[in-house]
Design a protein. Structure first.
Length: 132
């Protein structure tokens, strides 16, 4: 993978990064023909600091392939695209100087999945973090 980014905004409370990259992918699945494709990626991330104890972060990326690396279901349903979109957002609250409470939302859409009901995946995650 090769790429680069640029910090678009770099302030005390706000930080915004953008970038692009390229990579190669080899995919071999049971339900699809094996193949290699070049992938292009565009990404951005944002961080906002409310205070020393509360932070918000958000990141997203869009990836498109030069070839359709898609599968076909047993019923003959074919995937419709050659792209993937990811979105993540999180709130981090410091409980103590070493412990944090985190809430994270993740969404992943992959158009190369043949079954349209399974293309989107989302999660809501709560976690405790500890810094050593």
């Amino acid at each position: 993978q090769l790429g680069g980014g640029y910090r678009f905004i770099d302030q005390r409370r706000h930080k915004v990064n953008v970038g692009l990259g390229a990579s190669a992918q080899y995919l071999d699945r049971e339900d699809a023909k094996a193949g290699t494709a070049m992938l292009g990626t565009v990404f951005q991330d944002y961080a906002f600091t409310f205070s020393d104890r509360l932070k918000l972060s958000q990141e997203s990326s869009f990836q498109v392939a030069s070839e359709r690396l898609s599968a076909t279901t047993a019923t003959g349903q074919q995937a419709e695209g050659n792209y993937r979109w990811k979105f993540n957002s999180a709130v981090q609250s410091k409980v103590t100087s070493q412990m944090s409470l985190n809430l994270r939302y993740e969404y992943d859409y992959d158009s190369t999945v043949a079954d349209s009901r399974l293309r989107g995946d989302q999660r809501l995650i709560t976690s405790l973090g500890y810094t050593f």
